[in-house]
Design a binder for this molecule. Structure first.
Ligand SMILES: O=C(O)CCC(=O)C(=O)O
Ligand SMILES: [Fe+2]
Length: 150
């Protein structure tokens, strides 16, 4: 999974037009952790949330759906949209630190989970940390191009 995260970050660096090492280096040697979420079915969907709206704080999140139960939603323009599970595919979620490093070119998305009325849902999460513990700022090349930090 470290290899996958590194590959994705390498593609992002190319897309942003910055040195690969400038972006990938911010993640190299940092912790990668895993969590498994299980959401039991809930007949009172209108009364509960599986996970309340939030953005992920770290660098990059990879999410694998174990089943085909829907539930994840992202917010765009004030509306919630479902993220449908695709067999064998990872959902790649940009988290806050990557948002800052990319100077907002990749946005940290607000998301939540709603339980399903009839079916349980299980997800595997991989959280890739970036350089924390100091000041996090946009990569220098991006500030020069964009004319300022967002
Ligand atoms: O289980 C999910 O679909 C999302 C979980 C999540 O957003 C998180 O752990 O940060
Ligand atoms: Fe999340």
């Amino acid at each position: 999974m470290i290899g996958l995260a590194t590959k994705l970050l390498g593609f992002m660096a190319a897309d942003l037009g910055v040195e690969r090492e400038a972006l990938v280096g911010a993640f190299t040697g940092r912790r990668q952790s895993m969590a498994i979420h299980h959401y039991p079915p809930c007949p009172h969907r209108e009364k509960v949330l599986g996970i309340t709206p939030h953005t992920d704080g770290l660098g990059l999140t990879l999410l694998l759906h174990v089943d085909d139960t829907p539930g994840l939603q992202i917010r765009r323009g004030g509306r919630w949209f479902p993220v449908r599970p695709l067999p064998g595919a990872f959902v790649v979620n940009v988290a806050d630190i990557l948002d800052v490093l990319s100077n907002g070119a990749y946005r940290s998305v607000d998301h939540r989970v709603l339980p399903d009325a009839e079916r349980a849902r299980t997800t595997v999460m991989i959280f890739q940390e970036a350089a924390v513990g100091g000041e996090v700022a946009p990569l220098p090349g991006l500030v020069a191009k964009g004319g300022g930090a967002l």
